[in-house]
Design a protein around this ligand. Structure first.
Ligand code: ZN
Length: 296
């Protein structure tokens, strides 16, 4: 049996899968990220629970935000007391089983590759539209590709292709320090910001989508702009690597209308109309943990 732990800034999701990839057990618990000892104890307890419920664990996969550097130190600003800790050495003390650590966006992508049954010669890009914008690549044989320096998939910090059409006083500065990043327009808060710029009203993405479905004009305009920006942003991915399919993730991926609207706009931005399927994510909140369980 394989255990996957998806460690997030607010909760840890744990799941055990069988060799046939059946889900045998799953649980979710708040992340005790204010205290390192509490955190390590929590990981240990989850492993013990998994063993009690399902038997021997052959491998443990751990998905975590940020990057673990060559010295095994975690760099993830949203992880409180766990940030900047030698996470690999600490886990070795608490985890007797073989384990591996991977970035959480990569774990999500691996789960999608299995859930969408990516063929052995196929390539997938996952575009995560959440609090920020991230992404990950899965190459043939369902192999993750993080890049030479862990930058692959960070398309959120490319400039928005339509930036030159936006008046300079409306262009947004990204938390990375650059101006006009895709992240600042295509994240959930970017979508809210677009609406705010039009109306002066601060609403979250689900509230704006409700107004869009009720045909409110400004909400329709903002949704139209968002889908064009997203289509243009993903067109650069198609031109760069031409993946077999693109899977969305994050909070914005629950908006069903995106899966029709975005591919309809693609032909405006690509050399020829692409046939790339744009797919919704599978496995819901458990995708990260399932992907972690699938790590080698
Ligand atoms: Zn940025």
């Amino acid at each position: 049996m394989r255990l996957g732990l998806d460690i997030g800034g607010t909760k840890i999701a744990a799941t055990v899968i069988s060799p046939e990839l059946d889900i045998l057990w799953q649980i979710s618990t708040p992340t005790p990220k204010q205290n390192l000892n509490d955190f390590l104890l929590c990981i240990n307890q989850l492993i013990q629970q998994a063993i009690t419920k399902t038997g021997t664990l052959t491998h443990i996969g751990i998905g975590i935000p940020g990057v673990v550097n060559e010295q095994g130190v975690l760099n993830a600003s949203n992880m409180g007391a766990i940030n900047q800790q030698p996470i690999e050495t600490l886990f070795k003390k608490y985890i007797p089983q073989p384990f591996s650590i991977e970035n959480d966006a990569n774990c999500f992508a691996l789960a999608q590759a299995h859930g969408h049954q990516l063929g052995k010669n196929e390539v997938m890009f996952t575009a995560v539209l959440g609090t920020g914008v991230g992404g990950a690549w899965v190459l043939p044989n369902r192999t993750l590709w993080s890049g030479a320096q862990n930058l692959a998939g960070e398309w959120g910090h490319n400039p928005l292709p339509d930036l030159s059409l936006i008046p300079i006083e409306q262009q947004l500065t990204c938390q990375c320090g650059q101006r006009g990043c895709i992240d600042t327009y295509l994240s959930g808060s970017g979508f809210s910001q677009l609406y705010f710029q039009h109306t002066g009203e601060q609403l979250d993405a689900p509230a704006i989508i409700t107004r869009y479905r009720n045909q409110e004009k400004t909400a329709c305009d903002v949704f139209g702009r968002y889908t064009h920006y997203l289509a243009h942003g993903l067109a650069t991915i198609i031109h760069t690597f031409d993946p077999t399919c693109i899977v969305l993730g994050g909070g914005m991926s629950t908006i069903q209308e995106l899966y029709q609207a975005v591919p309809q706009h693609w032909a405006n931005y690509t050399l020829k109309p692409p046939v790339t399927p744009l797919l919704p994510p599978v496995f819901g909140d458990w995708a990260g943990a399932i992907g972690a369980a699938l790590l080698e």
